[in-house]
Design a protein around this ligand. Structure first.
Ligand code: HEM
Length: 464
């Protein structure tokens, strides 16, 4: 006799804390220690958790398998969240970081060739050259705000690789100032639950509007000049402007409008410097606290480079340099959290997630999880090299994701990893860093993972 097929049980809501007291507590906890909250809920309730942020229902995926479902397997059912769009939309317009659906898919296809390995390899020289120019201004034993130095350096590099030679010194100065204001405003909006909309003329909103307009005007002017010259100057902007979907039936090609190209250029400029800058700042801090690791790095650089500047070809010979960047991206993932909203009800980890509710993807929490990393709080670059570097291969998918994963994985991941290694090698070969005695160090989870009190360090020149 045939047995009737068991009818699948309807998926239930994910487990999680309930009650008003928890809902209120999560409001302050989420803003102070979003990663800690996600880790705590994960330990108690499992790989998918529901909780209240005040009156707002939310979810968090707290295990590699549920992160993988959200970011990869069921990615098509998710969009970026309302909060992401509210915080980043005013400066990034409809650029890649915030756009969704068919529009995002087309823009990603058009922008992808700009990040082809062959194209970005050409930027290695610029990265090293700009670093050397910065170092030429340093004096041994002086105190420097290293976080500021790294921010200025990575902004100069991404601006140069985007726009080539077309920015005047005063444009670059205005952009630097506007970017700093934009970052401050986004961080404030990210931290506060209720902010006044940008059109309310508060002093902060006025400064924010000035910052956005300044950046957009400069970028629009460069786009107009580039369109008129029709030249491929080998930079990222040329690639964005040359990108097209191919010839259409009537013989025309379809590419980006000026406004779309502007949004993408501004997105790349903003997404492409603060993350790398924070990564390097955390690297200098960690090395200053671990002289034995710093000595090992220096030994590798001396042996392979013997005092000359690194080139792209050298990177393959610098495994320890690579392991340090991997370990910093694990311990201090600049993009420490991301989030999505499902566009329809969806089943994740066997539980129903309601449409349009935010799902947190706490990257930092996974990178610090003792189930996947031995001594997770320790700075141990060797973990990436031991036993024939099996760690990366043996980790479950979703346990190490500094650049995200799936269709929305960071478009600049190769650019960033090349830049971080080249800058580390160029600087560490010539300079050592000592933390200023009065410098407090704490992470500040803003839009990216920042050092809360800055990073003042003494820079000491090495005898070569
Ligand atoms: C260490 C440096 C960097 C880190 C840690 C980082 C991290 C990330 C992460 C985690 C995402 C995915 C976010 C999500 O899934 O919601 C992302 C997306 C993105 N990143 Fe990066 N990033 C870095 C550098 C860069 C650079 C150098 C660029 C460009 C020059 C860049 C441009 C972008 C863009 C445009 C996206 C959106 C991609 C899309 O949604 O299609 N990033 N990044």
């Amino acid at each position: 006799m045939m047995t009737p097929l068991a009818r699948p049980r309807p998926a239930t809501a994910p487990p999680g804390p309930t009650g008003l007291a928890n809902a209120i507590r999560h409001m302050s906890e989420l803003r102070q220690d979003i990663s800690g909250l996600a880790a705590r809920l994960g330990r108690k309730y499992g790989p998918i958790v529901s909780f209240q942020f005040g009156p707002i229902p939310m979810y968090a995926v707290t295990a590699p398998e549920t992160m993988y479902e959200v970011l990869v397997e069921q990615a098509a059912k998710f969009h970026k969240t309302t909060l992401t769009k509210r915080v980043l939309g005013p400066s990034l317009g409809n650029g890649l970081l915030v756009s969704d659906g068919e529009f995002w898919r087309r823009q990603r296809r058009l922008a992808q060739p700009a990040f082809h390995i062959k194209r970005i390899e050409g930027y290695a020289e610029t990265m090293v050259q700009f670093t050397q120019q910065m170092l030429a201004g340093w004096r041994s034993d002086e105190m420097r705000e290293i976080d500021d130095d790294m921010m200025k350096l990575t902004l100069a590099i991404v601006t140069k690789t985007l726009f080539g030679t077309e920015l005047s010194a005063s444009d670059a100065h205005d952009i630097g100032k506007a970017v700093a204001i934009g970052q401050e405003n986004s961080d404030l909006m990210f931290k506060s639950v209720f902010t006044l909309p940008p059109w309310v003329p508060t002093a902060r909103n006025k400064r924010g509007t000035w910052a956005v307009q300044t950046i957009q005007n400069v970028v629009m002017r460069v786009i107009a000049e580039r369109r008129a010259s029709k030249e491929d100057k080998g930079d990222l902007l040329s690639m964005l402007l040359l990108a097209s979907d191919g010839d259409s039936a009537d013989g025309t090609t379809s590419g980006m409008t000026d406004q779309q190209a502007r949004d993408e250029a501004v997105t790349l400029m903003l997404a492409g410097h603060e993350t790398t800058s924070n990564t390097l700042t955390w690297a200098w801090y960690s090395l200053s606290q671990h002289p034995e690791i710093e000595a090992k790095l220096y030994a590798e650089l001396r042996q392979v480079l013997a005092g000359r500047a690194p080139t792209l070809a050298d990177l393959a010979q610098l495994p320890y340099t690579d392991a340090i960047i991997k370990e910093i991206l694990r311990l201090y993932p600049a993009a420490y959290i991301t989030a999505r909203e499902p566009i329809e009800d969806v089943v994740i980890g066997g539980h129903t997630i309601k449409a349009h509710h935010a799902v947190l993807v706490p990257i930092y929490a996974l990178h610090h999880d003792p189930r996947y990393y031995d001594q997770p709080e320790a700075f141990r670059p060797d973990r990436w090299l031991e036993n024939g570097s099996t760690l990366e291969k043996s980790l479950p998918k979703g346990a190490y994701l500094p650049f995200g994963m799936g269709p929305r994985v960071c478009i600049g991941n190769m650019f960033a990893s090349m830049e971080a290694r080249l800058l580390l090698a160029t600087i560490a070969q010539r300079w050592q860093f000592r933390l200023a005695p009065d410098q407090r160090v704490e992470i500040d989870p803003l839009v990216t993972l920042c050092p809360k009190y800055g990073m003042k360090m003494e820079v000491v020149s090495r005898e070569l």
